[in-house]
Design a binder for this molecule. Structure first.
Ligand code: BGC
Length: 346
């Protein structure tokens, strides 16, 4: 069931908040600014409903905030080295918002625009048309993001985009999870499992170099479940550069297989992520430093699992392309399924 639950006029724009809710009380609140997940309410082991995403108390605080909290990221998730790329023999310059590089779509990415919203039966549909040349990208990109909540306590987000000229497109959601629902806790005691043998290696500015780094026998290996904190402080060149986990994992694909699984030992809330994307950025909230919202958000108070195409693929010929050809359709779906932890997953 989807309904509009809040409406405010902000700077002449209609800021809307929708609630998608199932019969178990599991619900997602989504706003039309950046398609952000304002709240994600999940029952814990005692039946207590807990909000498992960080964010602000009031929906208007997201507008113009410097955060990517729980937002749609586009046109391209992650970093583009040198904030530039060449396509069909032409060089495109993007806004350098991250150490000379482009991060998460540029100065005003899809996280910071108002989307048109429509309720379509059991789904909330957000639409945004990114003009030709917006943020330096070629082509008019028509984008649709669809949110659904199932009776199985699952939030599904599906993306669709079409361009009238060749462009880049890799859309994701930047939800920051803390499965304890208590944002004063760090996520270092939460358990994580990621089905991946390689990350895309990065330089000291976190730009993928094109090399793949095998995680076996390193603290970056999450094939067996371990707490996020267990090896985060180990001496590893990549952990040192990123100040924790901030890596793009190349997923082991397989029909129906999950990409990642996390759970909190106190609430027993478990989240399983399914996706058709080849990669997932696992970020342990290393750069959070005191933003005030539902709580004061400090380092490691939340983690992100951002499903996406290979980052910086536009500058790395050996990576599968992130070019969306004129008239082709970009589609992807990521599902976040919530359950209570059962030991057989260990
Ligand atoms: C990146 C981090 C970045 C964060 C910003 C993540 O996707 O991997 O490096 O600081 O987004 O919110």
């Amino acid at each position: 069931m989807v309904k509009l639950i809040e409406e405010k006029n902000i700077k002449g724009k209609n800021l809307l908040c929708f609630e998608l809710k199932n019969k178990n009380g599991f619900s997602a609140q989504i706003i039309n600014y950046g398609g952000r997940i304002h709240k994600l309410i999940v029952p814990d082991i005692n039946g207590v409903l807990r909000d498992v995403v960080i964010g602000f108390n009031e929906i208007e605080t997201y507008v113009g905030s410097a955060s990517y909290f729980n937002a749609i990221i586009g046109r391209t998730a992650n970093r583009i080295g040198g904030a530039a790329f060449s396509l069909n023999g032409k060089k495109y310059q993007l806004y350098a918002n991250d150490n000379g590089n482009s991060l998460h779509g540029g100065k005003i990415g899809f996280d910071s625009v108002f989307w048109d919203a429509e309720i379509d039966q059991d789904a909330l549909v957000l639409r945004y048309v990114s003009a030709d040349g917006e943020e330096g990208y070629p082509g008019k990109l028509t984008t649709e993001v669809r949110y659904r909540v199932s009776e199985e306590n699952e939030l599904a987000i599906s993306y669709r985009a079409v361009s009238d000229a060749d462009t880049l497109c890799s859309l994701t959601n930047h939800a920051y999870f803390n499965l304890s629902g208590d944002f004063g806790n760090t996520i270092l005691n939460e358990c994580m499992r990621i089905r991946s043998d390689y990350i895309t290696a990065v330089d000291d500015k976190l730009i993928p170099t094109g090399a793949l780094y095998a995680v076996k026998d390193t603290p970056l290996d999450f094939n067996s479940m371990k707490t996020i904190g267990e090896e985060i402080a180990d001496d590893n060149e990549f952990l040192r550069i990123a100040g924790g986990y901030d890596f793009n994992y190349v997923l082991k694909n397989g029909e129906g297989a999950y990409a990642a699984k996390a759970f909190d030992p106190k609430t027993c809330i478990e989240m399983t992520v399914y996706t058709d994307m080849p990669c997932l950025q696992f970020y342990s909230g290393n750069f959070l430093n005191g933003t005030k919202g539902k709580a004061v958000f400090n380092k490691n108070c939340a983690f992100c699992l951002e499903t996406q195409l290979y980052p910086n693929a536009c500058n790395i010929p050996s990576f599968p392309t992130s070019v969306l050809k004129k008239g082709d359709v970009f589609t992807s779906e990521t599902r976040y399924k919530f359950s209570l932890f059962r030991s057989e997953f260990l």
